[in-house]
Design a protein. Structure first.
Length: 261
């Protein structure tokens, strides 16, 4: 049984505790906050993977609500855009319902962002590719209307500090997003609409050598490989986003290669 099935069935309390477990209890209507004692060892590989997947899902949508509230209020448009991101991530109706509950918890004035981020970093075992995917999704939500409010950026920078991510890395992810990354719609491969966008998405200058270009391409493909991300803790139900991103990376690389031939 996957983490999702266990969460729906209420059999997940032994795996996730702390603030993320408490949030899961609200999202799924069960008691998940039994504490962290005895949870760090003894479980098999699948239990550890499923626990990380549950933590990723829970943190992703509660923090999405926290960032939406960063400017003091959450408009109907922001809620609509958050729903659109949930749909784009490939969530089915049941998962969207749970994501909405988590989003609403994140909007609360007393949302424990510090504790949630500390536990999230621990639950992901500080895996940088997984944390980067988390930040990419938060950026996608913040930019869903085409702009980012200064308060949302400040909130994201605070989150990065908790996660050990340098401000320059957040700026790099934001630059990729502006180039169309993660915003491909129905035709993900068409996201990089210009050669300039393709270079921005891959994070290289037009003067980069073919070797440097290939190195950047392979690094991004490795970071966003769907199977690798699921193995590290990305919920398998959210694999659609990672798959579309690899299509965008490939399309950008091919566009640059054609321009150089």
């Amino acid at each position: 049984m996957s983490w999702w099935g266990k969460a729906l069935g209420g059999a997940f309390g032994f795996m996730v505790g702390g603030p993320l477990g408490a949030l899961m209890g609200i999202a799924f209507g069960h008691s998940f906050d039994r504490g962290l004692g005895g949870l760090q060892g003894d479980g098999d590989w699948h239990d550890e993977q499923e626990r990380t997947q549950a933590a990723f899902f829970t943190a992703t949508f509660s923090v999405m609500g926290y960032i939406a509230k960063a400017d003091g209020r959450v408009s109907r448009e922001e809620i609509r855009l958050a729903e659109a991101v949930m749909e784009r991530l490939g969530l089915n109706a049941e998962m969207r319902a749970s994501a909405r509950k988590l989003f609403n918890e994140g909007k609360a004035d007393n949302f424990p962002i510090d504790e949630v981020m500390r536990q999230f970093r621990s639950e992901t075992h500080r895996r940088t590719t997984l944390i980067q995917m988390f930040l990419e999704i938060q950026l996608q939500a913040a930019y869903a209307d085409g702009v980012m409010h200064p308060a949302e950026r400040d909130a994201l920078r605070g989150i990065c500090e908790h996660l050990g991510i340098a401000p320059a890395q957040l700026d790099r992810l934001e630059e990729m997003l502006r180039a169309g990354f993660g915003r491909g719609g129905h035709d993900a491969a068409a996201a990089a609409t210009s050669l300039q966008d393709a270079y921005r998405l891959l994070g290289v200058d037009e003067s980069a050598s073919d070797t440097e270009l290939k190195k950047a391409y392979r690094r991004l493909m490795s970071q966003h490989h769907p199977d690798k991300l699921v193995a590290k803790g990305l919920p398998e139900q959210m694999i659609k986003d990672a798959t579309e991103k690899t299509q965008q990376i490939k399309a950008a690389y091919e566009l640059i290669k054609i321009s150089r031939s």
